[in-house]
Design a binder for this molecule. Structure first.
Ligand SMILES: Nc1ncnc2c1ncn2[C@@H]1O[C@H](COP(=O)(O)OP(=O)(O)O)[C@@H](O)[C@H]1O
Ligand SMILES: [Mg+2]
Length: 387
């Protein structure tokens, strides 16, 4: 019967949507729309002598379970999205499952099909256990930055309470390569899911405007990315690279966890938003961002440059991590102590450890390839540039 379509809408990551659907056979909304477009182009002549029932065969069968994923809407034309409820009505499936549809498509469906069921994914919450794992595991992941751990524990605490309905918004600041992104990854790892990481330096101004405010529904957008995210943590890297004209776009997100653009709308709830910048002090941030934005950060967490001893510890850690991944044969060619002492001079060169991991890999490969080709080993490799 037309009009008895059941509509279920899912807001959350794709993996969860697929899990919700299970393994039953589905028909894709896109396939059906393409088939209808194709059928419209066909011109059929039916001779009157033909059996009437053949006419029925030409009618498309009513789909049982029709499905559209978050990325599918981009393939539909704007006017189809504008009249989305009309499209669903004319296809008339028994049940349609929609993943992260555009906001006005959802609003239309809720009017046209008042029994529409809306399901939201529950992102993993920060609990007391998360804080314990964070405290106990911090030193294994990050060298130094002891005040960071204390400040972060305090900043994360509100997320463990039922009172908190909005996100906690943090600003990590400090020089490059001292563990800001690594810390965000570590917290996210405790909660699970691939970290949603946006690098604002990647956008030019005109593209950035449509990314933030929404362009056509098929263009990439921040709100859509937020809807699709897998992780409880949202990392906005290089926040300082966003032009100040865009700052006001974040006020509502930081205040209440709601982000709306032209096409999509997302409600974050008690999640964790981490922004990073290379400023050196809170005063610099306040001067650069202005009070309106500055005051919206729940906590500003400064990362210190690493001391020489701390860099030595990073080198030890990197060398040990790599060493255990070698095959037995490779291990025989390489002495861990020698490897470390070849690397230590790098600690005098800079406090940025960003490239150390790569340097360690290069050095290991160099030693291994030399022993493979049976050349005498030179010790001059520590001059490999650590940047
Ligand atoms: N304090 C630290 N302890 C251990 N490793 C670190 C530390 N800081 C940086 N690193 C290493 O350097 C790399 C770059 O660090 P990252 O967190 O991306 O720096 P940034 O502060 O620029 O975000 C990481 O992969 C990490 O392995
Ligand atoms: Mg970083």
């Amino acid at each position: 019967m037309p009009g008895d379509t059941k509509v279920t809408v899912y807001c959350g990551p794709l993996s969860w949507f697929e899990e919700q659907l299970g393994k039953q056979a589905d028909e894709s909304l896109l396939d059906i729309v393409y088939a209808r477009d194709e059928a419209r182009r066909l011109f059929k002549i039916i001779a009157p002598a033909h059996n009437e029932s053949e006419l029925d065969d030409l009618q498309p069968k009513r789909p049982k379970r029709m499905v559209a994923q978050s990325s599918d809407y981009a393939s539909l034309s704007e006017h189809v999205i504008t009249n989305f409820a009309g499209l669903i009505r004319s296809i008339n499936p028994k049940h349609v499952h929609l993943h992260n549809p555009p906001a006005h498509a959802l609003a239309q469906l809720q009017r046209a099909f008042p029994a529409t069921v809306l399901k939201r994914y529950e992102y993993p919450a920060v609990t007391r256990e998360t804080l314990i794992h964070f405290r106990d595991g911090f030193a294994d992941h990050l060298v130094g930055q002891a005040t960071v751990m204390q400040k972060l524990l305090a900043a994360l605490y509100p997320l463990t309470t039922a009172r908190q309905a909005k996100p906690v918004v943090l600003m990590f600041y400090g020089p490059s390569g001292v563990g800001k992104t690594e810390t965000a990854q570590f917290i996210n790892g405790l909660l699970g899911g691939t970290l949603m990481r946006k690098q604002f330096s990647m956008f030019h101004n005109d593209k950035f405007a449509s990314y933030l405010f929404g362009g056509t529904h098929s263009e990439p957008s921040f709100a859509h990315d937020l809807l699709d995210r897998e992780s409880g943590v949202i990392l906005i890297d290089e926040f300082d690279k966003a032009n100040p004209v865009f700052h006001s776009a974040f006020y509502q997100l930081f205040d209440s966890g709601i982000f709306e653009d032209k096409n999509y709308s997302v409600h974050l709830g008690p999640s964790l938003i981490i922004c990073t910048s290379n400023y050196g002090s809170e005063k610099e941030i306040r001067d650069a961002f202005g009070d309106a934005l500055y005051s919206r950060f729940d906590s500003l967490i400064g990362f210190q440059p690493l001391s020489r001893d701390e860099i030595i510890r990073v080198i030890d850690k990197l060398a040990e991590d790599r060493f255990v991944k070698l095959t037995q044969d490779e291990e025989k060619q390489l002495d861990l102590g020698d490897l470390k002492s070849l690397l230590y001079p790098l600690a005098d060169k800079s406090s940025n450890v960003r490239k150390l991991g790569k340097t360690v890999d290069e050095l290991i490969s160099l030693i291994l390839v030399r022993s493979l080709l049976d050349e005498p080993q030179s010790t001059g490799v520590a001059s490999t540039n650590a940047g």
